[in-house]
Design a protein around this ligand. Structure first.
Ligand code: BGP
Length: 531
């Protein structure tokens, strides 16, 4: 069994943590046995960069008035369809998927799950499934068909109906302003490579807050800005499909977080009765034993995967290690003159965290920067990355992988939540967790997705451990409410609690996991009421 080196977890209290200042090298490496582990772990005290303890924005926390949120998640481009209806403009993904040779699975989301026309039925199934929350995104192109300028009333009123439909059914809407589907006119101007996108995004955000801010209490600016940029600039599978372009990868994240900060600042100025943050993904870094420079590898992988997002989002500043890392990576960023003020004003109220997998890393072994992803399935390719000259990922043979080569390791739910609690401390909503699989229904269209039930059940057990240990987690959402378009993976990769029959009039049939989740939620409520 491999041993791994990991960040501090709740297994070690803060009191044990030596206080270190910025630029203090990490020295302390501890070894311990962990009950969740598949082997022996070594913990790194990652205190090289002191936590920024500035007070959080003083907004009334809407969480105080909410029960624990048990929900599921969707995203506009992946489920809405109606790509050219209701005055909607073209998004970058509409354009990209129309280019044959870029569209690896030969499908697009012009119809998708047709949520645009069937959202009432989907909301009914969410409510009947015992869920009290839905995370959804708005389509920027539906609201501002040109990306900027005049808002489209038809688009706004569609989202009025969706949000009101949630509230009528006691479903708390958690709204993301942008989930990858950039308006094409903005992409034409350089998209996330152009710092002026922050102003355009701020204007779009203001329109959404003005229209929906009275009813929506949970907001996110962007979905997974790091993973979005990674797929677009390192893996090269999302538009504009650049491979191993580290400069663009980091420049996008800088611009994304500048845009996010702008939207957060506008939201706070408007004094609306809710909370706003960003959605980040897969934040847990674990370093394999046998690694020669574990502390350096940890810091580098944490910077590359997390810190460009988490520092602005939760501390209102860029990572203190930014310049040092840029120099090591041999690259630079175009930065705006007033960045310190912009990021300080854009600190969020909470974090939305998506948990699927960890980053299992070791020393750089001279491989050029590259990413391995599998957009077709079948299990031949394991997910991974090399980031020259900093670190590489490893395949851990003791951990099972799904059919797209992604680790299935449920105990990371607990470890990710405790890691964020220890290092950043903000409230968290667990906004995505799920299991992608190739599914075969029976003759009636019913799917007995026992694998999903088993895997999500194990993640939920791990979530419960984190809750019991004091993680400030306020909600959990399964990806996804129903089957939908899985980006470059097309429609074969299914995540839904409800099957959508894409070949037969998009009929909805709840899967076994839908009823199982409903029963789980009601059992949890009963348990907590008794406690
Ligand atoms: C998250 C995205 C979602 C969703 C999910 C599953 O990163 O926020 O949009 O797609 O991952 O990923 P995939 O569909 O690529 O399997």
């Amino acid at each position: 069994m491999p041993r791994i080196i990991r960040a501090q977890t709740a297994a070690h209290s803060k009191a044990e943590t030596p206080v270190a200042t910025v630029n203090t090298p990490i020295k302390t490496v501890h070894q311990t046995n962990r009950r969740h582990s598949e082997g022996t772990h070594i913990l790194i005290r990652n205190n090289r960069f002191s936590r920024n303890e500035t007070a959080m924005h003083a907004v009334p926390s809407p969480f105080d008035e909410m029960p624990f949120l048990w929900g599921s998640a969707i995203a506009a481009y992946q489920c809405e369809g109606a790509w050219n209806e209701g005055g909607k403009g073209l998004s970058e993904w509409d354009y990209f998927n129309a280019i044959d040779w870029m569209n690896v699975n030969g499908v697009d989301a012009r119809v998708a799950s047709d949520f645009y026309h069937r959202f009432e039925e989907d909301l009914d199934l969410i409510a009947e499934g015992g869920q009290n929350a839905l995370r959804l995104s708005l389509s920027w192109s539906r609201i501002l068909p040109g990306g900027t300028g005049r808002a489209n009333e038809e688009g706004l009123s569609f989202y009025d109906r969706v949000i009101d439909g949630c509230l009528e059914r006691n479903i708390e809407p958690n709204v993301v302003l942008l989930h990858y589907d950039l308006p094409y006119p903005i992409a034409l101007k350089g998209g996330w490579g152009n710092t002026s996108i922050a102003d355009a995004f701020g204007d779009y955000a203001r329109i959404c807050f003005e229209r929906f801010g009275d009813r929506v209490r949970l907001w996110s600016t962007l979905d997974e800005p790091q993973f979005y940029s990674y797929n677009a600039n390192i893996a090269g599978v999302y538009p504009p499909c650049r491979k191993a372009d580290v400069h663009s990868y980091l420049q996008w994240q800088y611009n994304e977080m500048l845009a996010s900060a702008k939207a957060v600042a506008i939201y706070h100025e408007m004094n609306l009765p809710g909370a706003i943050g960003v959605v980040h993904n897969d934040s847990l870094i674990e370093v394999a034993t046998g690694t020669n420079n574990p502390a350096e590898v940890y810091t580098a992988a944490d910077f590359f995967n997390n810190r460009m997002i988490l520092c602005p989002a939760l501390e209102g500043r860029l990572p203190p290690e930014l310049d040092e890392m840029l120099e090591k990576l041999g690259t630079f960023l175009y930065r705006v003159p007033d960045e310190a003020e912009a990021f300080a004003a854009g600190k969020g109220d909470y974090l939305n965290l998506n948990v699927y997998a960890r980053r299992y890393v070791t020393d750089w072994n001279n491989s050029p920067t590259s990413a391995k992803v599998d957009s077709v399935g079948g299990g031949a390719t394991m997910e991974g990355q090399a980031v020259a000259p900093l670190y590489e990922t490893l395949v851990d043979p003791s951990v099972p992988h799904n059919q797209w080569g992604r680790e299935i390791l449920p105990r990371i739910m607990h470890d990710s939540l405790m890691d964020i609690k220890e290092r950043y401390g903000n409230p968290i909503v667990l906004t995505e967790n799920g299991h992608g699989s190739l599914e075969t229904p029976d003759d009636s269209g019913y799917v007995e997705d026992d694998d999903r039930i088993e895997i999500i059940g194990a993640f939920l057990k791990s979530l419960s451990e984190a809750r019991n240990e004091g993680s400030n987690v306020r909600g959990y959402y399964i990806w996804s409410a129903m089957d939908l378009y899985s980006w470059v993976n097309g429609y074969k990769k299914r995540y839904g609690l409800v099957r959508v029959d894409f070949d037969h009039d998009l009929i909805r049939i709840p899967k076994k996991s839908w009823a199982w989740y409903r029963d789980f939620i009601s059992r949890d409520a009963a348990r907590r009421a008794d406690a």
